[in-house]
Design a protein around this ligand. Structure first.
Ligand code: ADP
Length: 638
């Protein structure tokens, strides 16, 4: 009894079972899965064709075959050699995919590589010859197609060996399995050469598929791997969240502690002077708190890709001079000299988002002040102008404590503070530089840091800005209109369910000698207006129980003759909210905590008839700030 076609048939049946099992299981689609599927399909197809060929060989003598059947056998042999090249190349792609699977571009390259090899080999197989030699019941394939396939498979195997061995250091079990498969292939090849009568190829491809399936490609194993990866990721995210919360809790409690403490002091202060001092500290702490909250909002906006850039025409020198003036008091009692130098060729009118540029420079400058105890802080502003574009270069150099070279990359990560800052009195969230870097990058620029530990640091920002065409018309930012109010006697209704917030608004408005009416709900507001009370302006909170500010406004608008301007007063400061409120019919938007200037802008806008404008001139920078005659020297690179 001979086993010419029974052996490939058993291989075919095994492949059929494996294919059914593989495709009936739910699986996670990964890059390497695709190559395993190709291996599976090629092996299955190979076994089917081989079974057929051996079946014919067992019942016919090839010399007596008619040309059609002989042609089919030759064609089937060519297809089998294409299948085997595809199979072995997919095996190589599998090894490559597990080595580079993180990179999507490589995935594309792999796919194209496989396609390319299959196409080239198919074309070569079409134009080369193949012969089947039959000695008794043993058939062998000879001819250039076969030779070509042996060469191709040989080269592919060598590559696969090299890559597998090169990756062995990763101690990934997948490479062990691959090495075992590669060694088996060599063993089977030696066996075939020495004993051509043994039918081994079907056994080989079937066992490759089975070994791979039961070790590294089982969808169940993959699923478990994915689940544990997801668990690790979730645990990491959870830890980051916990760290963030505990860090924030500390950062928020610090200014809150001052606010609560000083407020208690005011209650018992005996002189107006000490009460005013305490109040001043409360304002500073409250501003710190606001900075923290804004930092969190900013970073979440950046991460959600919701940052909006508002481009306007501006004068860089004026803007930065003003910023320096605002930030400078933070130096306090520290013996630090603040110097600045603006290059002569700075374009007068630039066009871009100056708000974001101020934020970037402010972060770097406040850090310089925070992390410097004595010496100087030098701000240098220069530019490279080319046609209508100017690359502005703003550097801030300090003689502070500097940053260790191995920590320098970390400082731009969010919530990342250097170890030595964590338990000190220096407040910070580790968000400032993360925001700074990302904003600069979003504007097509970059931030570079040079630092020498113990000596100082230098942060340099590069940003491309448009030089405004109308350079002749110089901006006169120095003349900023300041509104002077006389709105005494005007009636303003403030609606807020939170008593404290109500009180704050009322106290702020009282300064303008207006007639303020308080009201704690939307219903109350409606009742008052329905009862015929008239107001010149309504400031309305939005988030109120039962009837929100927006709903109240809707009801108000239904009332006949109602034409009082209603301004929304909200703590909901996320991007896009302003537009939403304006669409709902509010005439303007003011966010909590209420900024005095912003309140005045709104009062002047809504109660326009009583607004008197006078001009005040821009104050020069305080005398402690020196102009640098010569450009600053670069400190040593880290
Ligand atoms: P933080 O709120 O802690 O200041 P930043 O993101 O602004 O957060 O800065 C991250 C860290 O980088 C700081 O905690 C500090 O350790 C370091 N750093 C930033 N600027 C300087 C500087 N000028 N000198 C020394 N260290 C600095």
């Amino acid at each position: 009894m001979t086993f010419e076609f029974e052996v490939p048939m058993i291989g075919m049946l095994f492949m059929l079972m494996l294919t059914i099992v593989y495709y009936s299981k739910e699986k996670k689609v990964l890059v390497e899965n695709r190559y395993f599927e190709i291996i599976l399909i090629c092996s299955f197809a190979y076994c089917i064709l081989d079974t057929l060929l051996h079946f014919f060989a067992s019942i016919y003598s090839f010399e007596t075959l008619n040309t059609t059947l002989f042609g089919f056998i030759s064609f089937a042999n060519k297809v089998m050699s294409i299948l085997s090249v595809t199979l072995f190349f997919s095996l190589l792609c599998y090894t490559l995919a597990i080595s580079y699977k993180k990179c999507h571009d490589n995935e594309k390259i792999l796919r194209n590589l496989l396609r390319g090899v299959v196409i080239i080999y198919t074309v070569a197989a079409l134009f080369t010859s193949i012969r089947i030699e039959q000695v008794g019941t043993i058939t062998t394939t000879v001819g250039s197609t076969a030779d070509l396939s042996y060469i191709a498979v040989g080269i592919i195997l060598v590559f696969n060996f090299v890559i597998t061995i090169a990756n062995f250091k990763h101690l990934d079990e997948r490479y062990m399995v691959m090495l075992f498969i590669l060694i088996s292939i060599v063993f089977f090849a030696i066996l075939t050469i020495n004993f051509p009568g043994i039918i081994v190829t079907d056994l080989l491809v079937t066992s490759i598929c089975y070994v791979m399936y039961f070790t590294i490609e089982n969808p169940d194993v993959k699923m478990i791997e994915q689940v544990s990866l997801a668990r690790d990721k979730a645990e990491k995210a959870n830890k980051a969240k916990t760290d963030f919360l505990s860090n924030m809790s500390h950062e928020i409690r610090t200014p809150l502690n001052a606010i609560v403490g000083f407020s208690e002091c005011i209650l018992t202060d005996e002189t107006l002077e000490s009460a005013q001092k305490d109040a001043q500290d409360i304002v500073v702490s409250a501003q710190n708190l606001l900075e923290i909250v804004n930092g969190i909002l900013d970073i979440s906006k950046i991460e959600a890709d919701k940052v909006e850039f508002v481009n306007i025409e501006y004068n860089l020198k004026d803007e930065l001079s003003e910023l320096i003036k605002i930030v400078q008091p933070r130096i306090g009692e520290k013996p630090i000299q603040l110097k600045y130098h603006f290059a002569e060729d700075l374009p007068y009118n630039l066009y871009g988002d100056i708000g974001k540029i101020r934020q970037i420079v402010s972060n770097i400058l406040t850090n310089a002040i925070k992390y410097t105890e004595k010496g100087y802080i030098a701000i240098e502003v220069s530019c490279i102008n080319h046609n209508n574009e100017s690359t502005i270069i703003i550097s801030v150099e300090d003689t502070g404590r500097g940053i260790k070279p191995d920590k320098i990359d970390k400082i731009f990560d969010k919530f990342e503070r250097l170890e030595e800052d964590r338990n000190t009195t220096l407040e910070g969230t580790g968000l400032g530089l993360a925001i700074t870097k990302r904003l600069a990058e979003m504007m097509g620029g970059k931030v570079i840091v040079q630092s020498k530990y113990g000596e100082g640091s230098k942060f340099t920002v590069y940003l491309k800005q448009e030089i405004h065409a109308n350079t002749a018309k110089k901006l006169k930012r120095v003349i900023e209109p300041i509104k002077v109010f006389d709105i005494s006697g005007k009636k303003i209704l403030v609606v807020d369910d939170n008593r404290i917030n109500l009180k704050v608004a009322v106290r702020l408005l009282e300064q303008y000698h207006v007639d303020v009416t308080e009201c704690e709900s939307g219903f109350d507001c409606l009742k008052k207006v329905q009862a015929g009370e008239r107001y010149d302006l309504i400031l309305m909170d939005d988030m109120m129980p039962k009837l929100s500010g927006t709903e109240t406004l809707k009801e108000l608008k239904k009332l006949e003759h109602f034409n009082t301007p209603v301004v929304v007063l909200t703590a909901n400061a996320i991007e896009g909210m302003k537009e939403k409120y304006l669409e709902s019919g509010f005439v303007d938007y003011i966010s909590k905590p209420i900024d005095k200037k912003e309140l005045e802008r709104i009062l002047s806008k809504t109660l326009a008839d009583i607004d008197v404008t006078r001009e005040i001139s821009f104050e020069p920078l305080p005398s402690e700030i020196y102009d640098l005659d010569t450009p600053l020297q670069d400190k040593e690179e880290k």
